[in-house]
Design a protein around this ligand. Structure first.
Ligand code: GLY
Ligand code: MN
Ligand code: MN
Length: 440
């Protein structure tokens, strides 16, 4: 992650200012970074910053802490970071150090991480509320509690200890749910490259190829654009498509099968999330097309529901209805559509939700319901729309010609003040368009 530009610094500052205003003057917010995680023995997974931390700072180092103290005389934005260390930097890479945290990232004051508890003691004095997400960073829970206990002991002699620990995510995640223009630019880019990656995968798919080789085409397109996977790619041929979180990507592709690819590239922390299901040999069979058209109709109907003011539960309701009608017309289910939905019979073939918020996390933050009621869509929300039909191999009571067909179609959609904007339009999804692309 490159050092932030002045425009990016201003964006991070504006986000912090909103959070500072929301938590109020007698509070302190504490946001830890991610840690490095061992993959095996002394090899690490690639580092991925905590999304809240990244959102508020753009700082991409582990073992760091961001503290916001509204109204503080020497500045509200404090960072605690790893010390500069010539030897460690030769082995592991550059560190900003406290100096860089101030000069490059705009902290009002910065310290080495080892000073966190000592400084926190002073920062908390006279403040009532700590905004902190308990349980997410267990290495910090006990340390923060210990500082509060110390203050309580001292407070018998004067200084007041904080009384409330408040879940930070309620405030911060509501803020993250509505994307700013700067965020939307990054999401659009992630969507555009991801769409190109899916097109590349369609072109590269042939009978006799391998799921992992098609995954490599996708990942090549991400990486040559400076991106990585926002989540584990699913590349499932034939009945592997019926495994919702298939991740082995290890089978050979067979003539006459479909291939389901669910993959999204992450750009500067923001991920896309696209699924397409297309024929390995470039032409849908009759039965594949019948099922595909049902899923596509459900997806188009659901997308149309992403309008400001509409309940955010509507896409799922609409998709479920269109899919269930399709299940009846295909002969997968028999009976009255309303009754089938009420009894949950559709879940045999459609067992997941129709979408989720999208942003720094693939299943992004923000509540779906408020006081038990589906919240209305607002401009700036980004949601996936991803209906599917999955007919398990050997499924009893179902015509065998449907067996092992799994189809999902997923796009990323921005809620605007007008019509929904599909951000992932760069990869075809109609039968005719996909077949034309694979022919060419
Ligand atoms: N790729 C994860 C999802 O579609 O939700
Ligand atoms: Mn998704
Ligand atoms: Mn997906």
């Amino acid at each position: 992650m490159p050092a932030p530009t002045s425009a990016e610094l201003a964006e991070y500052a504006a986000r912090r200012a909103r959070l500072l205003a929301a938590i109020g003057p007698d509070s302190v917010a504490i946001i830890p970074s991610s840690r490095e995680v061992i993959r095996n023995r002394d090899a690490h997974y690639r580092f991925r910053q905590d999304s809240d931390f990244l959102y508020l700072s753009g700082f991409n180092e582990p073992d760091s802490m961001l503290v916001l103290v509204p109204g503080r005389k020497d500045g509200a934005f404090l960072m605690f970071v790893r010390a500069r260390d010539a030897t460690r930097e030769i082995w592991d890479g550059r560190r900003a150090g406290p100096e860089g945290a101030v000069s490059t990232y705009g902290a009002d004051q910065a310290f080495v991480i080892g000073e966190f508890e000592k400084q926190l003691h002073d920062l908390l004095a006279g403040r009532n509320r700590i905004f902190f997400t308990l349980g997410e960073h267990p290495e910090w829970d006990g340390k923060i509690a210990a500082v509060v206990r110390e203050i309580r002991e001292v407070s018998r002699r004067g200084a007041a200890a904080p009384t409330d620990i408040v879940a930070l995510e309620t405030t911060l995640h509501e803020q993250r749910l509505i994307k700013t223009d700067a965020e939307l630019a990054l999401i659009r880019h992630a969507c555009q490259v991801t769409a190109a990656a899916h097109v590349r995968a369609m072109r590269a798919t042939k009978p006799g190829g391998w799921e992992w080789a098609v995954a490599a085409e996708i990942h090549h397109e991400f990486e040559r654009n400076g991106m990585e996977c926002g989540y584990g790619s699913i590349v499932g041929g034939g009945e592997n498509a019926c495994i919702l979180h298939y991740k082995e990507n290890e089978s050979q592709l067979r003539d006459g099968d479909l291939l389901l690819i669910d993959a999204g590239g992450e750009y500067r922390g923001y991920t896309a999330d696209i699924t397409r299901t297309f024929p390995v040999n470039g032409r849908y069979s009759g039965v594949q097309k019948e099922v595909y058209e049902v899923v596509l109709a459900a997806q188009l109907a659901a997308i149309a529901e992403l309008t400001a003011g509409n309940a955010s539960s509507r896409p799922h309701e609409v998709a479920t209805r269109v899919l269930t009608e399709g299940m009846v017309s295909l002969g997968l289910l028999r009976g009255d559509v309303d009754a089938l939905i009420a009894d949950g019979k559709h879940r045999q073939f459609y067992m997941h939700g129709t979408g989720h918020w999208l942003g720094l996390d693939v299943h992004d933050v923000g509540r779906y319901k408020i006081d038990g009621v589906a919240r209305p869509f607002q401009p700036g929300m980004v949601m996936t729309v991803e209906p599917g039909l999955y007919i398990a191999p050997g499924c009893e009571g179902v015509d065998p010609r449907f067996h092992g067909i799994g189809i999902r179609i997923e796009d990323d959609v921005l809620v605007t003040s007008g019509a929904p904007e599909v951000l992932t339009h760069g990869v075809p999804k109609s039968v005719a368009d996909i077949e034309a692309l694979m022919r060419g």
